[in-house]
Each structure stands twice: as C-alpha cells, then as structure tokens.
Design a protein around this ligand. Structure first.
Ligand code: LRH
Ligand code: MN
Length: 394
C-alpha cells in the first residue's frame, strides 16, 4: 500500500522528504505564556474561567502543550504579567522545571500601570521617552530587572517592545522622542549580559495614534546598529501598514545579519493578533521561502532565529488556537523546504517568471500533512494533537 509519504518521496525524492521531516521535527517554536489565557480586546476580556490565568497554571498548560505537539520547548514570559519579584521568578523556574520546559524570551512591559511605584498612569506619556527623567530611569530599571530575571531563568533573549508614542502633533518633539530613546536604550544595552540578544520590536501604531517611537523596521534597524552586535530586529507580523511586503523586509534584515526573530500571528486590519497562517497562509509560506533561501545563501540559519508566537486568544480555546498556529507555521516551513532553489534561480536568471512561480506554487499546493505527522511520530508526540487534546478534555 503506497503511503502518503511515499507519494511525496516519489515527487520530491526520499532524501528531501527525510530532510523536511527532520527540519520540522527540530524547528524551535516558542509559545507565549499569555497565549494560554484569554487575551481580550478593548471591549472586554471574555474569560470563561476554565482557561489558565495564573503564571503557574500557564506554565503547566505549556508543559502539556510541549508533550502533545513537540513544540513550545521554551515559553516566552512577560513581566509583570508573569511575576513582579525575583522570588516570583524563582517560583516560575520551579514550575518550568516540573513542566519539563524552559524559559524563552523575557518581554519587558512598559505599558501596564503598576499599583505602586513611579510607573503608574503616567506611562500614558511614555516610558523610555517620557519627558520626566525619573520615569525614564524607572523604565530603564524595569528592563534591568528583566535582565536579573533572565539570569535566574537562564534565558538570553530580551524583547523590547515600546508602547511609547503620541496622540497629537504638539504632544512631544520628534527630536526629544528620538534623543531620549537612544539615551535609554544605550543604558539598557550596556547592562545586558554575555550571550544576551536584545530583540527590538517595531510597530506602526497603537497605543500611539499620531506617532510611535519605534514605528518601522528602519527604526529598529538603526537602533540595532548603534547598540551593537547583540541588538537585532524583531518582526511582529501584525505591526505593518497595509500593503507592506513583509518577506522583503525579512530578506533585507537577514542579509544584514540583523534579523533576530519573529512574533508570529495573522491579521486583516491592524494588530489583530489572530492565529498564525489562519488568514494569509501564502504570506507565511513566502516568509519561510525567504528564510530558507537566506540560510542556503549562508545567512543566519532558520533554527537560530527566535521563532515566537505572539497572539491574543479571545474566542477559541487558547490551547487549541496555539495548536492550530504551530501547525500552520510547521506547514509553511515544510512547504518551503520542498522548493528546488537551484531550479528556481535558473528560471529567475533565464527571465522565466512563469516557471519560477510554478516552482513556488507547486510546493505551496503540496499536502505536507504526512511530513508533520511523521515529525511528531518520530518525537513520540501525537500525530493529531487537537484530537488528543479533546480526548483528554473529556
Ligand atoms: C505589542 C506586542 C508586544 C507584546 C504585546 C503582548 O502589540 O506585539 O510584542 O509585548 O504585543
Ligand atoms: Mn509582538
């Protein structure tokens, strides 16, 4: 009986299919602690009470997720959402060890007003670019605290997304905004430890609706050049204006050695934070095509990038939406691995775009589910995590 994998091996060759299975099996995809709870919108957070809500409950869920899917070996953490003291963080470390998973990236939070201390509602005027040097110092201190947490958690990835921006033309001088940002990020960068990478995340707008301090990849790239080798650009797929060619940005950043990683999600309108690949599976495919081609050309290997999911789950069971997202990311990656890049380049260089695009679409139109199933089987995980999760929920 010809197995589905056999058909794939007939078409693409057994070596390439075995390679794709190995690559899908080992690609590290990081899940967000905040993705196991219900995110909410500006209108409401629709908690049903049965989803994880405490940091411990989220880590336990992440442990189950890793066993079920083979992905999520590391969990992205967000402070103060996941803790406010070193004691809390040591507690997290215990939960992570028990769940047999590790801490991934540590995300600073300079948008949630604290109950006590200087970072209160004044954060609406900014944090690292706040007009008051005391607030800037307190914001820098929060980032330095995150480095302390990274030491406890043995994490080496710091994610800096800055909510700073303005809502009107007169609110702040663009020059002051830029000067303060550089001054603050230089202090943060100087405090980073050996082997740490600082991922600078840009975003077009929100919560600033007139200006945003780090509004596009050029801004992140500029900061990453002035801060040095450990500073890289983080591409959140939902943080672009309509019509922006995201995979072109990715190729350009990879070529400059400044692509640090991703926040995978999907969106129609703005920063919708919907399930990765749920609306634009072909865009996710094009992104992986450029990552795989970049690796073949000697740029940073795909697996060395910080491949993280950043989503807000409101309607579906958060656990199930994360399974869907990981499957869509694995699918896009597996399809991109089926491309014969030599044949593609030959078609491109011989001015034959029809053949070039057919090579891409042939890979995209290939059913790679047998590759994903084989990758999970070989890891001792479940070929169909969603069915298994539902069986367990019963
Ligand atoms: C900002 C963002 C950032 C996180 C937050 C949860 O929109 O993408 O990465 O800190 O979402
Ligand atoms: Mn993000």
């Amino acid at each position: 009986m010809h197995e589905p994998l056999d058909y794939l091996a007939d078409e693409f060759g057994k070596d390439l299919i075995d390679y794709a299975i190995e690559r899908v099996m080992t690609i590290p995809i990081e899940v967000p602690s905040w993705g196991f709870g219900r995110g909410g919108t500006r209108f409401a957070a629709y908690s049903t009470g049965d989803e994880p809500s405490t940091p411990e409950e989220k880590i336990i869920a992440a442990g189950k997720f890793h066993k079920l899917t083979g992905k999520g070996a590391t969990v992205a953490l967000h402070f103060p959402w996941d803790g406010t003291t070193k004691k809390d963080v040591r507690g997290l470390k215990k939960h992570l060890r028990k769940a047999e998973i590790n801490a991934g990236s540590v995300n600073a939070n300079l948008f949630t007003p604290r109950d006590k201390g200087p970072l209160d509602a004044t954060l609406r005027f900014g944090s690292l670019t706040h007009p008051d040097p005391k607030i800037r110092a307190a914001s820098v201190k929060h980032c330095l605290d995150c480095f302390d947490y990274m030491r406890i958690l043995d994490s080496h990835t710091f994610v800096l997304w800055l909510p700073d921006g303005t809502n009107s033309p007169g609110q702040m001088s663009m020059y002051d905004q830029a000067d303060r940002l550089e001054e603050s990020t230089k202090i943060i960068n100087a405090a980073a430890g050996k082997g740490d990478r600082i991922l600078i995340e840009y975003k077009l707008f929100e919560p600033g609706f007139y200006s945003t301090a780090i509004q596009d990849y050029a801004r992140s790239l500029y900061l990453s050049w002035i801060l040095g080798d450990r500073a890289m650009v983080l591409v959140d797929l939902g943080h672009h204006a309509h019509g922006v060619n995201v995979e072109q940005i990715i190729a350009h950043l990879l070529r400059q050695g400044k692509l640090g990683g991703f926040h995978f999600n999907d969106s129609y309108y703005a920063d919708d934070d919907l399930a990765s690949g749920s609306l634009h599976p072909h865009q996710l495919f094009r992104i992986f095509v450029n990552l795989v081609e970049g690796e073949l050309r000697g740029y940073m290997p795909v697996h060395d990038l910080a491949l993280m999911i950043d989503q807000s789950h409101n309607i579906k069971d958060p656990f199930e939406e994360l399974i869907e997202s990981v499957e869509n990311i694995e699918t896009a990656y597996a399809k991109s691995l089926l491309i014969d890049f030599n044949a593609l380049k030959k078609a491109q260089d011989s001015l034959d775009p029809s053949m070039a695009d057919r090579i891409l679409m042939n890979a995209f139109n290939t059913d790679v589910r047998p590759i994903l199933a084989a990758a999970r089987r070989e890891q001792g995980c479940f070929e169909n995590p969603l069915d298994e999760w539902r069986l367990r929920k019963k």
